[in-house]
Design a binder for this molecule. Structure first.
Ligand SMILES: C[S@@+](CC[C@H](N)C(=O)[O-])C[C@H]1O[C@@H](n2cnc3c(N)ncnc32)[C@H](O)[C@@H]1O
Length: 267
């Protein structure tokens, strides 16, 4: 892996950033030529990448609806928020329960620049934005505790985020630290690119593009590695599946994404 890939990104339009590539794949306007070039190079070797991005964003909506609705969750810690777009976590959750509190966390300056769009809470609820690196886990928990009550259940959402954390930074330990901070009955939601969900050629191709063109690490993990993030939780139905298979809306697209996802309830 290229040196410096695991450093928090500075604002730099000459190198592709994951937040801006994702924005491009979702049809947004907050991206630059370097982001578009990396995205297009990636799609040549991984054509499912575009559907995968859309499937993830649709998943976010279904997961938050489930958590705020059926699971009755009123507090969210959404890490790796991304550039605000339609259906941000607080909008989906507060449409069901206006009193919901949401803390957003991202480390990319472009997300910070757009954070105002995340601070449009309903009067009954509240939102906060923390500019921080997931690996500063203790600092994030400290700051989040100013808005969230960690004696009550919290949903921790990490959607297409842990792929930017190399094994050397102990992503499983980080997730364990987050889940240790929240009480029983809290939830963990993860989506993660699956190394066993695309062909060997596509995996090599996209890894090569990421190494050459993208600012952050982009790591695919196997179903078994993703399952290990959920230690200490019970997975809600339908378990660990591809993103588009998690409680699909009737009539939704059934292409194949390259993303594993699950929601677990802390024991
Ligand atoms: C692909 S976007 C996902 C956005 C959103 N979670 C979603 O599912 O629609 C990943 C986001 O994670 C952020 N990110 C990556 N590594 C991070 C880290 N170590 N700490 C905080 N944010 C990180 C990136 O800046 C980017 O905005």
């Amino acid at each position: 892996m290229t040196g410096g890939k695991s450093e928090p990104p500075e604002f730099d339009t000459s190198v592709a950033h994951q937040a801006r590539i994702y924005d491009y794949l979702l049809g947004g306007k907050d991206n630059y030529a370097a982001d578009r070039a990396a995205a297009e190079a990636g799609l040549k070797v991984w054509p499912e990448g575009a559907f995968t991005a859309r499937a993830n964003r649709a998943l976010l909506g279904r997961v938050v609806r489930y958590l705020a609705g059926e699971a009755g969750i009123r507090q969210f810690l959404d890490i790796g928020t991304g550039i605000p777009t339609a259906g941000n976590t607080h909008q989906v959750a507060q449409a069901i329960a206006p009193e919901t509190r949401v803390v957003y966390v991202d480390y990319d300056p472009i997300v910070l620049a757009h954070a105002r769009a995340l601070l449009t809470s309903s009067d009954a609820g509240a939102t906060e934005y923390i500019h921080a690196d997931l690996r500063d886990t203790s600092a994030i928990l400290d700051q989040a505790s100013q808005l969230l009550d960690f004696t009550q259940p919290v949903a921790v959402t990490l959607l297409v985020l842990l792929n930017a954390i190399p094994d050397s930074d102990d992503p499983h330990g980080i997730v364990a630290q987050l889940m240790n901070a929240v009480p029983s009955g809290s939830y963990l939601a993860i989506s993660h690119p699956g190394s066993d969900l695309l062909s060997r050629e596509a995996l090599h191709g996209i890894t090569d593009v990421a190494d050459r063109m993208i600012r952050q690490a982009f790591i695919f993990r196997s179903r078994e590695q993703v399952a290990r993030f959920f230690a200490g939780t019970d997975l809600v139905e339908p378990g660990l599946v591809r993103a588009e298979q998690w409680r699909p809306d009737p009539g939704s697209a059934q292409d194949r994404s390259s993303l594993w996802c699950a929601v677990g309830r802390k024991r």
